[in-house]
Design a protein around this ligand. Structure first.
Ligand SMILES: Cc1cc2nc3c(=O)[nH]c(=O)nc-3n(C[C@H](O)[C@H](O)[C@H](O)COP(=O)(O)OP(=O)(O)OC[C@H]3O[C@@H](n4cnc5c(N)ncnc54)[C@H](O)[C@@H]3O)c2cc1C
Length: 434
């Protein structure tokens, strides 16, 4: 099936007040380009921007308007690094590739903030620091090792004890954490629209409401067909992440699309803002089924968490997040919840973002495991480098074959069980360290 959103606009959320992008026009007729990009989120637009800046003729296609996907509706936490520790990457991929991987992912937040500054993107970007919060002793132990590994590599990270994390977050629910000063926050929809503007300014053409329905190999080129037109190019970049459909055979089965839910209060009164995240840090925790939270620039508290695989929009999932927020932050009482929305994140079996090149001229980047603000922007640049002729070694990210997640066909019942099992393990861990 081909991805066909009901509306071209991202869902109403705390972010929809971002300055609108002039509406794009659907692709009309046949045209040629050097590179055609499918998907106008951070990955696709970063690729387009970096390609067009270096003189390539680029066309971006999206089934909706730019930023409709995860990029226009996420939590806006700009987090460097991967789930894997740097030592683990060097062990798993060898010292050279492993080093490039932790350098690229560890530098991803800096990369985003520099890109924003260079293109003067107005999106409330701030390197205010991210806290990885440990809900129990086992999680703190793993953060201790992570902190030590990044410190050895010169990164500005520090371990937080129970008292310090309570001061910085305003909740006593954590036993400790890791503060990463490379990280920060931004307005995600404003950022993706800013990328679209910047890409256009350097010559990229962006067509919304232009779903790529067919991808054909054509005399050494690739032809992407939409309902009203087609683009023929020597390279096609697929940047569809959790909204990947059947355009490229088997790609959809390489990721598990899981819903992530968010709620936001009305702006908190000044005295509460001094108690909740007083230093403006953004937080996500180390539960297996995690929670993440931050304040927006107007002082709303945003709370997010993982839900099921299907887009059920079940009101009970939002109510659960609101109850969690009340438990974490009793000082806010019973606030008015102003916004509720959700979107998909793409999980991979090895918890790593994937770069594929299944055929010459076909490049694919996806699978950010809920941490794509920084890493998808970097991946876009890597895809652009590769499209312009950099060797895989120069690109620095492993190019892997398209491998389905095991038991993908059974994902709905299997993941429901996995989620319950993981919640149970989180509960056990919390009890053990109580
Ligand atoms: C609720 C939520 C909270 C999150 N919070 C954070 C966070 O705080 N920090 C963080 O780092 N990450 C977070 N993420 C993850 C982050 O948003 C994603 O990793 C990132 O946006 C991925 O960008 P992308 O460009 O690869 O994909 P997307 O932005 O999802 O873009 C994919 C695009 O492809 C298009 N598409 C798909 N198929 C076709 C087709 N056949 N033809 C044309 N177009 C097509 C879609 O319409 C879509 O616009 C969150 C995600 C969600 C949903």
């Amino acid at each position: 099936m081909i991805h066909a959103p009901a509306s071209p606009h991202p869902p109403t959320s705390v972010w929809t007040a971002a300055e609108p992008l002039p509406a794009t026009t659907p692709l009309e007729g046949d045209r040629r380009a050097d590179v055609v990009v499918v998907g106008a989120g951070y990955t696709g637009l970063s690729a387009a921007l970096h390609l067009a800046e270096r003189g390539a003729d680029v066309v971006v296609l999206d089934a909706a308007e730019p930023g409709w996907g995860g990029s226009g509706r996420n939590g806006g936490q700009v987090i460097p690094g991967l789930k894997h520790e740097p030592d683990e990457l060097e062990h798993k991929f060898g010292p050279e590739t492993g080093r490039r991987m932790w350098q690229l992912s560890g530098g991803a937040a800096d990369f985003v903030f520099e890109l924003i500054a260079r293109h003067k993107i107005s999106c409330h970007a701030q390197a205010c620091g991210w806290i990885g919060a440990a809900p129990h002793a086992a999680a703190l132990q793993s953060l201790r090792s992570r902190t030590e590994q990044w410190q050895r590599r010169g990164a500005p990270v520090e371990l937080l004890d129970r008292q310090r994390i309570a001061e910085l977050t305003g909740t006593t629910c954590y036993v400790g954490g890791m503060l990463d000063r490379r990280a920060g926050a931004l307005q995600p929809l404003a950022y993706v629209r800013g990328l679209a503007r910047a890409a256009r300014q350097v010559g990229a053409a962006i067509h919304g409401r232009s779903a790529a329905r067919k991808l054909e190999s054509h005399a050494g080129s690739w032809r992407v067909v939409t309902p009203t037109g087609a683009v023929t190019a020597s390279t096609v970049i697929l940047a569809t992440n959790a909204y990947t459909d059947d355009l490229w055979p088997g790609l959809k089965r390489t990721v598990l699309p899981v819903q992530s839910y968010q709620v936001a209060t009305r702006p908190l009164p000044e005295d509460m803002r001094r108690q909740v995240l007083p230093g403006g840090h953004v937080v996500s925790d180390l539960r297996r089924i995690l929670f993440y939270f931050r304040l927006d620039p107007e002082g709303r508290l945003l709370m997010g968490g993982r839900g099921p695989l299907n887009d059920s929009g079940d009101p009970a999932l939002f109510a659960r997040l609101e109850a969690i927020a009340a438990r974490f932050f009793p000082q806010i009482g019973t606030p008015d919840w102003e916004h509720r929305w959700s979107g998909r994140v793409a999980l991979t079996a090895d918890h790593l973002p994937h770069l594929h090149e299944p055929r010459p001229g076909v490049l694919i980047g996806l699978g950010y495991n809920g941490r794509g603000v920084a890493m998808a922007t970097v991946m876009g640049k890597l895809l652009a480098d590769r499209a312009l002729g950099a060797s895989p070694v120069e690109v620095g990210w492993p190019v892997t074959p398209i491998t389905p997640v095991p038991f993908h066909a059974w994902r709905l019942p299997a993941m429901a069980l996995v989620v319950h099992w993981k919640r149970f393990q989180d509960w056990l861990d919390a009890r053990r360290s109580a």
